[in-house]
Ligand binder design. Structure first.
Ligand code: C2E
Ligand code: CA
Ligand code: CA
Length: 401
């Protein structure tokens, strides 16, 4: 079998031969080698033998279950771009696209029928070609993150901090940073926090980890931003909120470094471990009285709820990146983001959106009145030195802190 250019081979699964023909014609015009089939078996064989870089899968076919096909693709860890198509309503399409993405498929978008040639070209172009959701660094590696290895990593001071800038949506200028933990392992490189924070929380290491991360972040921040309006956001596990020693230590750090607690935002992700809401209310209120800002992280998913918002003394909410990353393709996500901004306004809270991956989203957030934004479009999390270089010469955003 002859193979076209490895990065541009499109395979279409659709029961309507006319639609497939149109898709293939447009794709060929856009420089793709393109093939189509109406049979699920042939489709799966071609995925294995022809190694397409892009797939278009129709969801509603009389003889084939498109959702089942997406599951099969996830099972074989297909790592090309997947486009989900159908004449079903947008909500169904978006739900299927999300389910496929959550299974680890690299879904570049959904193609509602009828579609315009431009929409198809856009989905096939590199512009929407995102890296797979399961980035290589998140894939299981031979190295095991265990209580022992993490204890050793903490003893060796291997946990470092990266910083992601936060900009004002109205001015697009940098107004602060979020500190994100990174484990610099001498043998395997950088390990992302999702692999070790939950373990630290379950094994009682989170207190020590929090002190190491906060300590580094505050020293770095004080050096350049003492006495300014710039803020630093620190992720605080609910497991350490009731640690009175930590809160005392945090106050002492601020005094020693000459930092005003108003410059510090504590981002709290709720979890099922918020077993004792009354005690939580007391501790959170104490932080607010001392002048720290409190942000409810990942709002809209998981355990964050309206009840917690109303009862606890938060000053900011952070819209979960799930709604923001998908906003350009999903009207539903746009409506949810706008509703959360409205809610924040009504409650007198500031609102930040994370997961801004393009200019359209940043402009959209400004339009709906969101205060600030974070995301790969503005900057990825960076090492302390790279963050300062970025600030001195921000590549996308004008101005600086
Ligand atoms: P989070 O607080 O929701 O942090 C935002 C995550 O989204 C970061 O992942 C960041 O790299 C990623 N992100 C930012 N912009 C974009 C974007 O435009 N697109 C996409 N796809 N992702 C984006 P990271 O650094 O891997 O952190 C994961 C989670 O680990 C954090 O989620 C936070 O819950 C936790 N975490 C990180 N550092 C600490 C820490 O020091 N203490 C505690 N307790 N948790 C931490
Ligand atoms: Ca956070
Ligand atoms: Ca978040």
């Amino acid at each position: 079998m002859t193979l076209g250019p490895p990065d541009k081979r499109l395979l279409v699964l659709d029961d309507d031969a006319d639609v497939s023909f149109t898709i293939c014609t447009i794709a060929k015009g856009a420089g793709h080698d393109a093939r189509a089939t109406t049979s699920a078996d042939e489709f799966l064989h071609l995925v294995a033998d022809w190694a397409p870089s892009h797939l278009i899968v129709d969801l509603a076919m009389p003889e084939v279950d498109g959702v089942e096909i997406l599951k099969r693709l996830a099972d074989i860890a297909f790592d090309g771009v997947v486009i989900v198509a159908s004449g079903l309503g947008n909500r169904v399409l978006e739900a299927a696209g999300r389910a496929a993405a959550e299974n680890g498929l690299n879904v570049s978008g959904v193609l509602g029928k009828p579609f315009t040639p431009n929409r198809l070209r856009e989905l096939l172009s590199d512009k929407t070609h995102q890296p797979p959701l399961k980035a290589p660094e998140n894939r299981p590696q031979e190295f095991q993150v265990t209580r022992q290895t993490l204890t050793a990593g903490l003893a060796e001071q291997q946990i470092g901090v990266y910083y992601q800038p936060k900009v004002s949506c109205a001015t697009e200028k940098c107004i602060g940073f979020e500190a994100l933990a990174r484990w610099h392992h001498p043998d395997i490189g950088i390990i992302l926090p999702d692999r070790f924070i939950p373990l630290a929380e379950d094994t009682g290491l989170i207190g020590e980890l929090t002190r190491q991360v906060f300590g580094q972040a505050l020293r770095w921040f004080a050096e350049s931003f003492r006495g300014t309006n710039t803020t630093i956001a620190l992720n605080m596990s609910v497991r350490v909120i009731a640690d009175a020693g930590l809160s005392e230590w945090l106050m002492t750090q601020c005094q020693e470094l000459g930092l005003d607690p108003h410059q510090i935002v504590l981002e709290i992700t709720e979890s099922s471990s918020m077993e004792n809401p009354i005690m939580m209310l007391e501790f959170l209120t104490q932080f607010r009285i001392k002048g720290f800002s409190l942000s409810i992280d990942d709002f809209g998913v998981g355990y964050s709820s309206l009840i917690q918002l109303a009862r606890l003394p938060f000053s900011e909410m952070k819209i979960d990146k799930m709604f923001i990353i998908s906003a350009p393709q999903s009207e539903e996500s746009q409506k949810i983001a706008a509703a959360i901004v409205g809610l924040a306004r009504a409650l007198g809270l500031l609102v930040t959106a994370e997961g801004v991956e393009d200019q359209w989203t940043l402009s959209f957030l400004a339009e709906i009145g969101c205060d600030s934004a974070q995301g790969y479009f503005i900057a990825r999390p960076m090492s302390p030195d790279d963050t300062l270089s970025w600030l001195a010469n921000p590549p996308v955003i004008d101005g600086g802190c």
